[in-house]
Design a protein around this ligand. Structure first.
Ligand SMILES: [Mg+2]
Length: 268
């Protein structure tokens, strides 16, 4: 658990409460905190790299790989990637730098820390659901199937008119096979119940050296809200990447380019 006085660490940071009929929401402010006495958790897609039409084609460029290596050094190892991608995908996207970072993949289903991998057994239900999603994707050229170690997704960014059909299918499969349905940006995904990015960050915050400083988590998608809630509960803060929306994050950056610039300032 965190051993630092969390309130003190973030004294003076701002957030703004907005009252709307029936509920209260926090509007994320544009300036994230710049402190090195933090443990930093970063989503990948839409946060460090731009979302593209074909998710399998995403690769970290040399600039990003170097930046992550430098940030990891400046934070004395308190940097983790928390992604919906599998560990295998993170290795392929990030290259060798992935080996030096703490990783949580597949929305908190799997972890790699100090080279050791933690993974539960893959549910057989995922294979059954994958086959049905594959048949659906094969009927429509531009609906893409994404197979993960602990999940399967349909991407319809290239064919947005298939959104409703994709969600109906995913809903039916989730109910039939006892899987969790996750909506994302122009995609829908099935994965085992009981895992999310909040679970991932809470688990990583029990490990050294991440446990020694309050957490910041940057992410862009609705799947990141559980992570924002988790870091807030631990005295840290979320950074929403993208347009302002109702969010548990208290800060906001416009896009992956702004995140990279913020990271560069962090290491100056
Ligand atoms: Mg993302």
């Amino acid at each position: 658990m965190c051993r630092v006085p969390l309130c003190h660490q973030f004294a003076g940071m701002r957030s703004r409460t907005i009252s709307v009929p029936g509920k209260t929401a926090i509007r994320p402010l544009p300036l994230p905190p710049l402190k090195r006495d933090i443990s930093l958790f970063l989503d990948l897609d839409g946060t460090l790299v731009d979302l593209i039409d074909r998710p399998d084609d995403v690769r970290a460029d040399a600039g990003l790989r170097d930046l992550l290596t430098t940030v990891e050094g400046r934070l004395e190892g308190r940097l983790a990637i928390v992604s919906g991608r599998s560990l295998a995908q993170l290795d392929r996207i990030l290259g060798p730098v992935a080996r030096s970072l703490a990783l949580s993949g597949s929305h908190g289903c799997e972890y790699r820390l100090d080279g050791g991998v933690e993974q539960p057994p893959r549910p057989a239900a995922l294979d059954l659901a994958t086959e049905e999603m594959r048949r659906f994707a094969e009927r429509y050229d531009e609906v893409l199937l994404e197979e993960k170690t602990f999940g399967v997704g349909l991407h319809y960014r290239l064919k947005p008119e298939m959104e409703a059909d994709a969600h109906v299918l995913a809903g039916e499969l989730a109910a039939r096979y006892g899987l969790f349905l996750q909506r994302g940006k122009m995609m829908v995904e099935l994965r085992p119940h009981g895992h999310d990015k909040g679970v991932a960050i809470r688990h990583l915050m029990t490990t050294l050296p991440l446990s020694t400083a309050p957490p910041l988590f940057a992410g862009d998608d609705v799947t990141d809200e559980k992570g924002f809630e988790a870091v807030a509960a631990m005295g840290g803060h979320g950074i929403l990447v993208g347009p302002a929306r109702h969010s548990a994050a208290g800060f906001r950056l416009d896009d992956p380019r702004a995140v990279r610039n913020w990271l560069k300032e962090l290491i100056l």
